[in-house]
Design a protein around this ligand. Structure first.
Ligand code: KG4
Ligand code: ZN
Length: 341
């Protein structure tokens, strides 16, 4: 679509335990980005309780959307389209955002855009680097996905390798739990790892066909901790965290480097919650010394937010791809181009 005016997209995100709304101009400029996290509630249970997440989204979604419009200093009638996450995620949580967005579009006459949450994470890079354009290689690292993705165009992806079992973020959360750390475990492991040394040696997370496997690493850490407990030996948790963090990230960086070189790309990016990991961000910087452009979303855009959904929505808007009132939640939605193992 050829457009000669500014496009304002209202993004809505409710796939897990964050209720978020944002207004983004032309896919790149954040006018507001409101995120209400439910972490303090789910912490009490050691993880996200889907039923509680849905009920909390219902309570706050209207307030969060209105706040996003107010903070952007924009009226609903100036918005060009509403973009909402419809997958992947928790079905009940997704349905809250999807139903709200459908109601809003029905009442206002605005077009509705269905956004894949994972594709949204990739777009967090466009909000941090307004000059970034495909093609580039993206390391996708979230609580549900782990992959090296060749971003050929705004809506064309080639998934070159991915996890055959657990996602990297899931492994961080499970290892944190066995170490007695709070939910979500990723940031806790990250912090603890900074004061430890990677003295424990675990197998690489890269399996023979070039994909990732995190379940073996998770089990190895759990066995290490449980064996020590059974023998009454003390274990340095910071060293365990550093050892796990190192091997969990090194495999990702190795495969990202191999695929970037093999595909002759000059830019590497990262997306998803684990993209906030300090060791991963340090290792990403190595690519700069090797002559690559390195993109890492701002920390506030690594985790779940609606600005990335609005950005993704903008590129779908340009394609004239609108959803209708039959839009439903799709909890197992895959990235376009993702093949099953
Ligand atoms: O992308 P995200 O916010 O949600 C999903 O789409 O899954 O990712 C959440 C994951 C959680 O597993 C969380 O523990 C992890 O990202 N995470 C981190 C860090 N911050 C969040 N993992 C490692 N280090 C961090 N600093
Ligand atoms: Zn996410």
């Amino acid at each position: 679509m050829n457009i000669d005016k500014d496009i304002y997209i209202l993004g809505i995100e409710s796939s897990c335990d964050e209720t978020a709304a944002s207004v983004v101009k032309n896919g790149r400029e954040i006018l507001s980005n409101v995120v209400l996290s439910q972490i303090d509630i789910h912490k009490l249970y050691g993880g996200v309780v889907p039923e509680i997440a849905s009920r909390n989204h219902v309570d706050v979604v209207d307030k969060i959307v209105k706040r996003a419009l107010t903070e952007a200093d924009i009226a609903l009638k100036q918005i060009d389209a509403v973009a909402v996450t419809y997958g992947a995620g928790l079905v009940g949580a997704l349905l809250v955002g999807v139903s709200y967005a459908k109601g809003l579009c029905q009442a206002s006459g605005l077009p509705l855009i269905a956004v894949n949450h994972i594709e949204g994470h990739i777009c967090a890079n466009y909000l941090t680097y307004p000059e970034l354009e495909p093609p580039y290689m993206c390391l996708l690292t979230s609580g549900g996905h782990t992959a090296v993705v060749k971003v050929l165009d705004y809506d064309k992806y080639d998934v070159l390798c991915s996890t055959v079992d657990d996602a990297v973020g899931e492994a961080f959360d499970k290892v944190a739990r066995v170490l007695g750390l709070c939910y979500p475990g990723g940031p806790e492991i990250d912090k603890l790892a900074c004061s430890g040394k990677p003295v424990y040696k675990f197998h690489s997370v890269v399996v023979s066909n070039g994909n990732f496997s995190y379940s073996g690493l998770k089990t190895a850490v759990i066995n290490l901790v449980h064996n020590a407990e059974q023998k009454g030996e003390s274990i340095n948790k910071a060293d365990v965290a550093a050892s796990f963090n190192t091997v969990a990230v090194d495999g990702l960086i190795d495969r990202l480097r191999q695929e970037t070189k093999a595909n002759g790309l000059k830019t590497v990016a990262v997306a998803g919650g684990v993209g906030a990991n300090s060791y991963l961000r340090r290792r990403m910087q190595e690519f700069e010394q090797e002559g690559y452009k390195v993109c890492m979303p701002k920390l506030s855009l690594c985790g779940d937010n609606a600005a990335m959904i609005a950005s993704r929505g903008y590129y779908i808007y340009l394609q004239n791809e609108f959803a209708d009132m039959t839009l439903n939640a799709c909890p197992t939605l895959k990235l376009r181009g993702e093949k099953p193992h």
